[in-house]
Design a protein around this ligand. Structure first.
Ligand SMILES: Cc1ncc(COP(=O)(O)O)c(C=O)c1O
Length: 402
């Protein structure tokens, strides 16, 4: 590793890297390309045999009885709520440190979203805060497995059981993660996964709902395609008939065979991807453990972190720049980074509509103010990690205020 200690690139110094390193990048190979061409040259490109096969493979991987391939994780979250009949007058508890989709879907169902703060070390929903936010209107909780580390599920499930709550796991980051031997997304009533372009496995855009609940599975499947009792493949193929009935006012959330073509092979590669992510994350951990200005996300024992993101907290008290300037300085060194997440309650719609303000969820807000997600994707080389560490070290040295 070549250690660069000269002036920061943002001040005109030489960047640590010549080539830009993005924060995330998908990895699609020959297998995906061949499968896609096969689908494109077949008679069927939307929801059909490949989507079904993908659902079967995903059910096998996850060890659940039902999977429903969808066009997003947002759709899986929304269908979970709709299938469980969560609606007006109901309260749903979740973490504010998430993507807005987790909360927006609750509003789509005309239910009330109730945020509770997160644990300081894992950035995951705090089970004690969950317990104290429960009212007689609370019907469900959506634990978000932040960055791919499973939440404290035994405690969350026990609170949920005590109060008769549904548990819909937001496992957008966490396919492949485990908690005490159980897969993230298979411990609650439903698990919702994302296959968005930069997720641990991708279908371009896509998602999956997993459940062991026959009733939820049946309702979610019907709701995912306009509330029609049969899907298009069965209607238009030689096995189908023209007749269908709308049994519920549903949505248009189905995955296509084009997307499933990618998913089939990405799923087969997932464990290898996670293994590489873990190696890279450990390399970061080792370097950052020696830097007082950087705090890493703690991984609790008895779980496998899917390592979707590599978040760090910067000790801004020791620096003369703010977080935005830190990100800019990294960019000048040719390193991409991002922030996960702007807490949902601080977005203008949520402030305006529900009167949220800064200070409402102090732990999530403190994490937000200091958090930066650094590049992490399986195709990265060890030397890429080293260059990020060098850049962080260089920026800290340049802007140290002590
Ligand atoms: C925590 C979390 N939940 C839900 C979603 C929504 O996923 P999708 O884009 O597949 O709808 C995301 C997307 O980034 C996410 O990060």
């Amino acid at each position: 590793m070549t250690e660069q200690t000269g002036p920061a690139a943002v001040k005109g110094g030489r960047p640590v890297r010549e080539e830009f390193l993005p924060v995330a990048r998908a990895w699609l190979g020959e297998e995906e390309i061949r499968e896609m061409v096969d689908t494109l040259t077949s008679d069927w490109i939307t929801t059909g045999p490949k989507t079904r096969r993908f659902e079967e493979k995903a059910a096998e991987y996850l060890g659940v009885t039902h999977t429903l391939a969808l066009n997003s994780c947002t759709a899986a979250l929304h269908l979970s709520l709709a299938a469980a009949d969560i609606g007006e007058g109901d309260e749903v508890i979740t973490s504010p440190l998430t993507f807005c989709a987790t909360a927006n879907v609750v509003l789509h169902q005309r239910a009330r979203v109730v945020f509770v703060d997160v644990e300081r070390d894992t950035f995951n929903l705090d089970p004690e805060a969950l317990r104290s936010a429960i009212t007689e209107k609370t019907k469900a909780v959506i634990p978000v497995h932040y960055a791919g580390q499973p939440c404290e599920m035994d405690e969350i499930l026990s609170v949920a059981r005590e109060h008769g709550l549904r548990v819909f796991e937001d496992a957008a980051h966490a396919i492949g993660a485990t908690y005490r031997g159980r897969r993230a997304g298979t411990m609650g009533d439903t698990g919702c996964y994302s296959f968005y372009a930069i997720k641990n496995m991708t279908t371009g855009e896509g998602g999956l709902l997993a459940t062991n609940d026959d009733e939820i599975a049946e309702r979610a499947r019907i709701l995912s395609l306009h509330g029609i009792s049969k899907d298009a493949w069965k209607r238009y193929s030689s096995q189908g008939s023209w007749f269908y009935e709308v049994t519920l006012p549903g949505f248009k959330y189905n995955m296509s065979d084009l997307q499933a073509s990618l998913g089939l092979h990405q799923l087969a590669k997932l464990d290898g991807f996670i293994e590489r992510r873990e190696q890279l994350a450990r390399r970061y951990d080792r370097a950052f453990e020696e830097m007082e200005e950087i705090e890493i996300q703690r991984v609790r024992p008895e779980r496998r972190h899917a390592r979707h993101l590599y978040p760090v907290l910067i000790d801004l008290e020791r620096l003369s720049i703010d977080r935005a300037q830190f990100i800019e300085a990294l960019r000048a060194e040719n390193i991409g980074s991002t922030v996960n997440f702007i807490p949902v309650h601080l977005h203008p719609y949520y402030r305006r509509t529900f009167g949220y303000q800064e200070g409402d969820y102090p732990v999530a807000e403190e994490i937000y103010r200091r958090e930066i997600s650094l590049p992490l994707f399986p195709r990265m080389k060890d030397s890429d990690v080293d260059s990020v560490v060098s850049a962080v070290r260089k920026i800290i040295a340049r802007y140290n205020s002590s």
